[in-house]
Design a protein around this ligand. Sequence first.
Ligand code: HEM
Length: 260
Amino acid sequence: MTTPPGNTAPHTTHTVWDAGVRWFHWINLLCVLGLIAVGVAILNDKALGVDNDGKILLKTVHVWIGYVFALNITWRLVWAFIGGPYARWSALLPGGRGYLSELRESAADLRAGRARPYLGHDPFGRIVLSILLLLLSTQAVTGLILAGTDLFLPPFGGSIARWVAAPGVDPGTLVPYQPALYDATAYAAMREFRAPVVTIHLYVFYSLLVVAAAHIAGVVIAEIREGGTLVSAMFTGKKILRGPPADGARKPLNPRTPGL
Ligand code: HEM
């Protein structure tokens, strides 16, 4: 944003993103990039000439990154209850008192090319981030189920192994792609149970690509229009704004928040 003539408002620095939000954000980004890279390799295993052992290795690497990802997202969902004022559900979910008029004003400002800096998430950002969190959580849940059905890995792998082990075979010894160790009927039933989970995991992956692109586009547009510090704020926690923020300063709910 260029300063409008006569706007002599000083730059003000606000501590916005607490350490919980910042750590979540960057760990999540690294995990999602890793999961997408390995996921795309799993999707194209045949074209890449990967054999069964290679497939198991790819899936195992994907699942280990997935564990970090799932723990991180679980932590973020908890932090939305106990974290700083800008980390909370009230600052994140679309809705609440005055949300719709905020959304209308933001849309009008966007059309008119006026900058409207927010300390927390702007009304459009809230919609995109809520969808992102929902998609990421769905990926964590479906991924953990697939870790059990495909590789007999925790947290559900033990139950899946007990379900499909052939009579006389110790479920603890089951390994992937060894049909001789499985009860054929139970294994077919398990594959049937797993099929919709794979479909959800795949389509949420495609949706994530679209919503993550919308998230990045939103950040870039806001950064350019407001001449702000949106990206660096996710490292430092601090936003530097020119003039008063549209959402005012939220009262700190948590004394640990400032300067974390
Ligand atoms: C943002 C998060 C994630 C993304 C983008 C993602 C992406 C993908 C993709 C593209 C595939 C290939 C789909 C296919 O073969 O049909 C896949 C498969 C798989 N994912 Fe994920 N994944 C994510 C999270 C997780 C998590 C958290 C876990 C478990 C801890 C997990 C476990 C698996 C497993 C076991 C498979 C193999 C399923 C199969 O046989 O096709 N994923 N994932």
